[in-house]
Design a protein around this ligand. Structure first.
Ligand code: PLP
Length: 329
């Protein structure tokens, strides 16, 4: 019998299944290494990237709870906030974004799209945001309640026991990709930002493709942080959906040497890999997440640290975050 899990309810937002494509981009490896890309940048047009898969479960949960307003948070160029703002507009919800950083006019990339989607946007200096995020959520929620709204709070990156189901489901989809392409023992590589994609993949692959190994590439924080986050998010999912039978996982592998000067700060190797891959395969990465993850994967492979014959890079999207970095190309 094929492995099974009981999934929570979801609404349909992502274009699924996304393609699994073979890349020609040279790995500087022998001819028997195959590099693949799971095209989660194709989950939609403006509604694209990994957050859409998570929001399928989050939005179903918000609707079940009778909410009519979404509150979430992130950086000024947050892909997650842009996706949330668009999903809210599609479903006639209000959307409130708590953003980190000073906004500069005119808005670019994701911030422009969030504005066009009609989100209510508040920005805060980095330190205030970091110190007071919990309070900013509760103040926004209580203001909304006073106006008779029914707010639903989504944590950073929709990484919690609800959102990670999006990548548990993606792991099931990938198991079908592996079977179709004769991929036996792949290494699955993704960027780790708030950790939910990694958590969902780790738990989901354990069920649907136990021969696969998963590797997160940190774009902020430490390996130890992500190992803890992954266990916490999975434990949260198990407690919210006790009949789901989601398994726990061993501490996940996380690379922490590719952050560079900091979160959302690029470095020359990352800009170079973005340009080379665009020219070689017509595949466009972003400097915040996928560019660092892809560069980290190449560098580890070059060092001989990757033994698998099939390497599957999960392209989690982020193209709108590329444009604010135009001066680096
Ligand atoms: C948010 C994001 C990630 C990281 O995913 P997490 O689940 O937050 O770890 C990776 N790539 C892109 C483009 C993202 O927007």
């Amino acid at each position: 019998m094929p492995p099974q899990l009981v999934f929570p309810e979801r609404i349909s937002l992502a274009q699924r299944p996304t393609p699994l494509q073979r890349l020609t981009f040279s790995l500087h490896a022998g001819p028997d290494v195959r590099l693949w890309c799971k095209r989660d940048d194709l989950t939609g047009s403006v509604l694209s990237g990994n957050k859409i898969r998570k929001l399928e479960y989050v939005m179903a949960d918000a609707m079940r709870k009778g909410a009519d307003t979404l509150i979430t948070c992130g950086g000024l160029q947050s892909n997650h906030c842009r996706a949330t703002a668009l999903v809210a507009a599609m479903h006639d919800f209000e959307c409130h974004l708590i953003l980190r950083g000073e906004s500069v006019a005119p808005a670019d990339g994701n911030l422009l799209l969030s504005q066009l989607a009609g989100a209510n946007i508040q920005t805060f200096p980095v330190q205030t945001y970091q110190r007071e995020l919990t309070q900013l959520f509760s103040e926004t929620a209580s203001e909304l309640k006073k106006r008779g709204r029914r707010p639903y709070c989504i944590p950073t990156g929709a990484s919690d026991g609800v959102g990670i189901w999006g990548y548990v489901a993606a792991a099931q989809e990938m198991a079908e990709d592996f079977a179709r392409h004769g991929i036996d023992n792949p290494l699955v590589v993704c960027a780790a930002g708030s950790g939910g994609t990694l958590a969902g993949l780790a738990a989901g692959l354990r069920v649907f493709a136990p021969q696969a190994e998963v590797l997160g590439v940190a774009v902020c924080d430490s390996a130890e942080y992500f190992q803890r986050r992954v266990s916490e998010d999975i434990a949260h999912a198990q407690s919210l959906f006790p009949d789901g039978e989601l398994p726990s996982v061993e501490p996940v592998k996380v690379l922490e040497g590719y952050i560079g000067p900091g979160y959302a700060l690029g470095y020359p190797e990352v800009f170079d890999v973005i340009a080379s891959l665009a020219a070689a395969d017509g595949l466009v990465l972003d400097p915040v997440y996928t560019g660092k993850a892809f560069y980290g994967m190449l560098a580890e492979h070059k060092k001989g640290n990757i033994k698998q014959k099939d390497i599957v890079f999960v392209h989690t999207g982020g193209v709108f975050g590329l444009f604010p970095y135009k001066n680096n190309f």
